[in-house]
Design a protein around this ligand. Structure first.
Ligand code: IFM
Length: 452
């Protein structure tokens, strides 16, 4: 039997664009995702987040489902375009009123809100002026963080600035499969820097608005190992780790950008200067502004061979026929890599408070004839990863929380509604919700603070 410490926080997570819908209601401005989903061929089946789970209107029902299951914490994200529709202009009170209502509903049900300010839905008005490649977007973000933390800071203590900046930068500006769909490596590097800078610059602002604040950033991690012991594979894996993990963890923890990657990016033609040209005096100090915790999103681990330094070798295609040992995203299930990555963050960076801010699995199990969803594979996945977290805690790593991705089946970006990560099944045609077996299982883990 595994027991979790009394202060360990269990929760669930979701993000604004993936669940809210109401894409153009109550003064909301257009985001880069509102624009991107309308470009032909971008999203599987032409799906959009226009309605998504209609959480904007159905949030009382969703909060009640969480409360019934005994979920103590919910990590939500706020949509910048509801608050400052074009990114820099007037504040829209109806947008703030929505998050006021949501936070109040959560608190009334005994659920602690955790708020993330940016989960990829940049105002299109800012994109039209260069988006995250334009350094002025940093100041626009700090203003948005100020408005939001001022509005909710009397009730919300837990704040995260950015979710998965690697994805926003590289999926959005290099691979081009996420908004805004660009394919320029040098631009992606500039974007990554500005995202990190906006994080660091906004921390003091949030702190000044929120008494007893608890602030961090969420980095997605992709642990990897060389495909073979061949020197070329070892070098490829080192590059991949720098590209995917160290480029973000190092500066956030005050180590600056990793020298091997600064050199490698120059060699691949991203810039010609010794130091990256987008880094200005004071930037690295700002990025390393001390935070209260680091959030880590973990789903899978990879084996990297030469020639695959910048891709994830998606040999297994997403879909319901993903073989055993993989989720339907095609992602290999490797809980032990979570334990070792957590140890590494503690050992290499001295992290003193680490939270798993997302972990979960896509499996498409739907309702049986008796109206029940027996998502046994999701339960096994979550169980194995909670064991991996417990192993890290046993090894002395300060892991203080775990949030399941996601509370609802929702819009999975370029894959539309084809992937179901929820603890609650959603019929996207009608909006009907149906709790899965995994939700009651997770509620049991939380109630007993134990596994097994
Ligand atoms: O759905 C996403 C989420 O938006 C960010 N982290 C990974 C999840 C699953 O792909």
């Amino acid at each position: 039997m595994i027991r979790f410490p009394e202060e360990f926080v269990f929760g669930v997570a979701a993000s604004a664009y993936q669940i809210e819908g109401a894409w153009n209601e109550d003064g909301k401005g257009e985001s880069i995702w509102d624009r991107f989903v309308r470009e032909p061929g971008r999203i599987l089946n032409g799906d959009t987040g226009d309605v998504a789970c209609d959480h904007y209107h159905r949030y009382p029902e969703d909060v009640a489902v969480m409360a019934d299951a005994g979920i103590p914490a919910y990590s939500l994200t706020t949509a910048w375009t509801r608050i400052i529709p074009d990114g820099t202009g007037a504040v829209e009170p109806r947008g703030i009123a929505f998050y006021d209502r949501l936070v109040d509903e959560l608190l009334a049900h005994g659920i602690t809100p955790y708020v993330t300010l940016y989960h990829w839905d940049l105002p299109q008005g800012l994109q039209d002026r260069g988006g995250w490649a334009n350094r002025e977007t940093v100041a626009a973000f700090v203003r948005y963080a100020d408005v939001m933390s001022d509005a909710l800071g009397d009730r919300v203590k837990h704040w995260k600035t950015f979710n998965e900046p690697w994805v926003a930068a590289f999926a959005g500006h290099y691979f081009g499969d996420f908004a805004p769909g660009h394919t320029d490596f040098a631009e992606a590097l500039t974007v990554a820097h500005h995202l990190l800078l906006a994080h660091g610059r906004s921390v003091p602002t949030i702190r000044s608005n929120v008494a007893e604040s608890d602030i961090g950033i969420i980095l997605d991690c992709r642990p990897s190992a060389p495909a073979t012991a061949a020197p070329a594979d070892i070098a490829a894996n080192r590059y991949f780790d720098g590209f995917r993990n160290r480029w973000f963890f190092d500066p956030v923890f005050g180590k600056g950008y990793p020298r091997d990657m600064v050199d490698a990016y120059r060699e691949r033609g991203a810039y010609e200067t010794d130091e990256p040209p987008f880094v200005r005096p004071g930037d690295l100090e700002a990025i390393a502004t001390p935070c209260d915790f680091i959030g880590v999103n973990y789903y899978t681990a990879l084996s990297i061979g030469a020639g695959h330094e910048e891709d994830e070798k998606p040999e297994i295609k997403p879909g319901p026929n993903a073989p055993d040992g993989h989720t339907e995203m095609g992602w290999e299930i490797v809980p032990t890599a979570l334990t070792s990555f957590l140890k590494r963050i503690h050992d290499d960076y001295g992290a003193t408070d680490i939270r798993i801010t997302e972990n979960g699995a896509s499996f498409s199990d739907g309702p049986t004839t008796e109206g029940r969803i027996r998502d046994r594979r999701r339960i096994e996945y979550l169980w194995a990863h909670l064991e991996a977290v417990a192993d890290a805690i046993d090894a002395g790593v300060p892991v203080t929380g775990y949030f399941v991705w996601s509370i609802l089946d929702n819009f999975e970006w370029d894959l539309g509604y084809s992937q179901r990560f929820g603890l609650v099944w959603v019929d996207h045609a009608t909006g009907q919700r149906l709790p899965k077996d995994s939700l009651s299982w997770y509620g049991g883990v939380i109630a007993s603070r134990s596994l097994g």
